[in-house]
Write a protein that binds this ligand. Structure first.
Ligand SMILES: NC(=O)c1ccc[n+]([C@@H]2O[C@H](COP(=O)([O-])OP(=O)(O)OC[C@H]3O[C@@H](n4cnc5c(N)ncnc54)[C@H](O)[C@@H]3O)[C@@H](O)[C@H]2O)c1
Length: 287
């Protein structure tokens, strides 16, 4: 089974310039793992990390993960610069921003949220498997799902569905663990304090209730590291992380549902109220 310390290994982290991905890159680097960040751009903190590592341990390859030739180039770049990856984390994700949500009617040529959250991790998994096999080494693909994959919210139906996709997609690869030494796993965090909310989707903060709690991205990075290093997390594992050290395997069948803490429980319905206001307008415009 693919496992063991990440020291001396190589990783690709998409979305590694910010939030959970950036914390994971920092953690991998601190443990002696070389990393290539594939992202649209480098935020200052990520740029500092690349500079600090003198370009030998943390590299950046500008990548739009929705462009498959750029995604493929990310793997080629990694193989050429630091060797075939042992770990691939398709961490880039978006949270139904206004320009690619279900309700705003702003998308006229496909939903980018599906391209980033579903098509990219799907294609990245395919590319990872090829790369591991070509290099004749074990590998781990560590996805970033969400507790939103277990629940549903009317205001963000695409988001929840994309994360439910990841859960089931990951489980489909359970057999690769025993047979090919490749573990495909996922962390499913609750609400994580990252720019995804505060910079990209401040409107979504309206749905956060008083009793909802934030998880720090460094905690999710630690869970990702555990998933990568510990073979006890078998291929196909979806590991909910609800904060303050709590984790729980999300079963495919007869699962009791998400922890009662650490996620947006849906008690604050401000965003759903806005959906119904929108529907009321659409109904009256038809009359
Ligand atoms: N923040 C949360 O509450 C939370 C909870 C559960 C799951 N997640 C998931 O965690 C993952 C990381 O999110 P985060 O909270 O760290 O957000 P973030 O916005 O801080 O980071 C996301 C990164 O993805 C990159 N990205 C977006 N579109 C891209 C594209 N087309 N090509 C390349 N890179 C692209 C962004 O540039 C950014 O660096 C996502 O998959 C998200 O769905 C987040």
């Amino acid at each position: 089974m693919a496992s063991g310390s990440v020291n001396g290994k190589t990783a690709i982290v998409t979305g590694g310039a910010s939030g959970i991905g950036l914390e994971f890159v920092k953690l991998l680097y601190s443990k002696g793992c070389s990393v290539v960040i594939g992202d649209l751009d480098l935020a200052p903190e990520a740029e500092e990390l690349v500079t600090k590592s003198s370009g030998s341990k943390v590299l950046f390859k500008k990548t739009d993960v929705t462009n498959w030739s750029q995604l493929s180039d990310l793997f080629t770049f990694t193989e050429e610069k630091i060797g075939a990856p042992d770990i691939v984390c398709p961490g880039a994700g978006i949270f139904e921003p206004a320009w690619s949500g279900f309700w705003p009617d702003t998308e006229d040529n496909g939903y980018k949220t599906i391209a980033v959250n579903v098509e990219h991790p799907t294609k990245a998994t395919r590319l990872a498997i090829k790369s591991f096999l070509k290099a004749k080494k074990p590998g781990v693909v560590a996805h970033v799902s969400s507790m939103g994959g277990q629940t549903t919210r009317l205001a963000v139906p695409i988001h929840c569905a994309t994360k439910a996709y990841i859960n089931h997609f990951v489980r489909a690869f359970a057999e690769l663990d025993q047979k090919e030494n490749i573990r495909v796993v996922a962390v499913a965090p609750g609400m994580v304090r990252t720019p995804l909310w505060f910079k990209e989707n401040p409107d979504k903060l309206k749905s956060v209730g008083d009793e909802d709690i934030w998880i720090e991205p460094s905690e999710i990075a630690e869970v990702l590291l555990r998933l990568c290093e510990d073979p006890a997390y078998k291929g196909g594992t979806v590991l909910e992380a609800s904060g303050q050290g709590r984790t729980r395997v999300v079963e495919a069948l007869n699962d009791p549902g998400p922890s009662t803490i650490g996620h947006d429980k849906g008690t604050n319905t401000a965003l759903e109220d806005e959906v119904f206001q929108r529907l009321a307008k659409e109904r009256s415009s038809r009359l």
